[in-house]
Design a protein around this ligand. Structure first.
Ligand code: SF4
Length: 465
């Protein structure tokens, strides 16, 4: 036997990094992908796959000719060949609409023009690496499993100690300068694990996400000293995956629906009995409901949804048990939803703008308006602020001319008059102690006095000149 989850081991002798990544993001998403795996891909995914194939072929071409770069027109010719998909097995052929090709043409040329590689360090292109991982078997010993991932390109330094995994990204956005993509954290750890298992002399692995549209990299490095921690994480994840495959029930399966129906019936019965004063009977029904709920959690709960940016790749968002409005960053799952949210956002911004204008007018005449929210009581108010007069080129030239005529040094600093203005917005009101001036008011008063004094001084200087 293969440990406690033989079905999972039989169905997945090797667990792919991509499915583990999905499972790590949202268990229900991984469960759906498992059910619906039919080899289809969105247009964006199809575009990414063909670009990946073209870049892989470019690297192989460079390696064959021992050249560190490739001419853009050669890269373009390779892309055009890849668009035909003539050498791709039927089940891997993607549906790529012509509308996507225009972008791909300039992307591959830009990639070729902007990049040079140390091709002598290239070790593998689009290679699938497999490594063992294990978790404790309750019967004793360990369950030995295998995880696998395909690397876009792998470079290893001549001394064999440092590896770089290139991961081409074809997205329209790039993360901050020190960040990876939303799935980058997981990818870098799996890639590092696979590479360090396969290449024992490698001491550190850098995952380099390369945003091909911008020729911008984002790097993250994992060291061999991190391996124990990564192994523990992956071991737990694979064990959970196996348990879900073995015992998990999808929310739309009949057994899940039956459980929900029984739970509702038990709760209704408990309410009826409580209404009739039968406390013991009501408690018994509540106990029954609890047992059903536990049963639900250890079956359907194994494929629990967790929303996030990955929702945009969800193959069946309409079947998700979390309502779209509650999915946060993951509420947009198709182009129509994106248009709808864009229109709602524009309308909401217009409402906010008009609301602020109306409030500003009201506060002008009637003073601050309190508002209570999760951050406590705040106020829409005009807050006094120090401001500095805007000085134009004409004003400077005028001052220079005046000074010349008066035979004095121009007073450019004096042009930058400071004054007190107000700024309208939402503020936390400052508590004041009875009888003592508010520290901010006091400070502003002092600054106002200093400003008046400076103006007086400037006037005196002008009169003396
Ligand atoms: S919509 Fe989001 S949270 Fe729901 S199943 Fe899909 S990926 Fe998971």
């Amino acid at each position: 036997m293969s440990g406690p989850y033989p079905l999972a081991v039989a169905e997945y002798p090797r667990v792919r990094q991509s499915i583990l990544s999905q499972f790590d993001n949202c268990r229900l998403l991984a469960g759906m992908s498992r059910e619906l795996e039919a080899g289809w891909s969105s247009h964006a995914q199809a575009r990414g796959q063909v670009i990946h194939r073209a870049i892989a072929k470019c690297l192989i071409e460079m390696a064959q000719h021992e050249e560190n770069r490739i001419e853009p027109d050669v890269a373009l010719a390779i892309l055009r060949e890849c668009l035909r998909q003539a050498d791709v097995p039927a089940h891997d052929v993607v549906a790529l609409p012509a509308s996507e090709v225009k972008d791909m043409v300039w992307t591959i040329q830009k990639w070729a023009k902007d990049n040079t590689f140390d091709i002598s360090s290239l070790v593998a292109v689009e290679e699938r690496i497999t490594a063992g991982i294990r978790y404790p078997d309750p019967e004793g010993g360990f369950v030995e499993r295998q995880i696998t991932g395909a690397l876009d390109a792998l470079f290893i330094t001549p001394n064999g100690e440092h590896a770089t995994v290139l991961d081409w990204k074809d997205t329209w956005g790039i993360p901050g300068p020190t960040d990876l993509s939303f799935d980058g954290y997981f990818q870098q750890r799996v890639y590092a694990y696979l590479v360090m298992k396969q290449y024992r002399e490698v001491q550190s692995v850098t995952t380099r996400e390369f945003y091909v549209r911008f020729s911008e990299p984002r790097n993250a490095t994992v060291h061999r000293s991190d391996m124990e921690e990564i192994e523990a994480e992956l071991s737990a994840l694979v064990e959970n995956w196996d348990r879900a495959v073995q015992h998990g029930v999808m929310p739309w399966e009949k057994s899940a629906k039956d459980l929900r129906r029984e739970m509702r019936a038990a709760r209704r019965e408990a309410e009826r009995l409580a209404g009739e004063g039968d406390v013991a009977g009501a408690n018994a029904e509540i106990e029954k409901w609890r047992a059903l709920r536990d049963q639900y959690n250890v079956t359907v709960g194994l494929w629990k949804p967790a929303p996030g940016a990955h929702c945009s790749f969800c193959p069946r968002p309409q079947a998700c048990t979390i309502q779209p409005q509650a999915r946060g960053a993951g509420r947009i799952t198709d182009a129509d939803a994106a248009k709808r949210v864009a229109a709602e956002t524009v309308a909401a911004e217009a409402i906010v703008k008009k609301g602020k204008m109306a409030l500003k007018e009201w506060v002008d005449k009637n003073g601050p308006v309190d508002v209570r929210d999760a951050k406590g009581v705040r106020q829409f108010a005009h807050i006094p602020q120090n401001k500095t007069r805007r000085v134009t080129q004409e004003m400077i030239e005028e001052e220079i001319e005046k000074a010349r005529r008066a035979g004095r040094e121009p007073d450019i600093d004096g042009l930058y008059e400071r004054y007190i203005g107000t700024r309208f917005g939402l503020y936390k009101p400052k508590p004041t102690v009875d009888g003592e001036p508010d520290p901010e008011d006091q400070s502003l008063l002092e600054q106002l006095e200093a400003s008046v004094e400076a103006a007086e001084e400037a006037r005196r200087r002008r009169e003396a000149a």
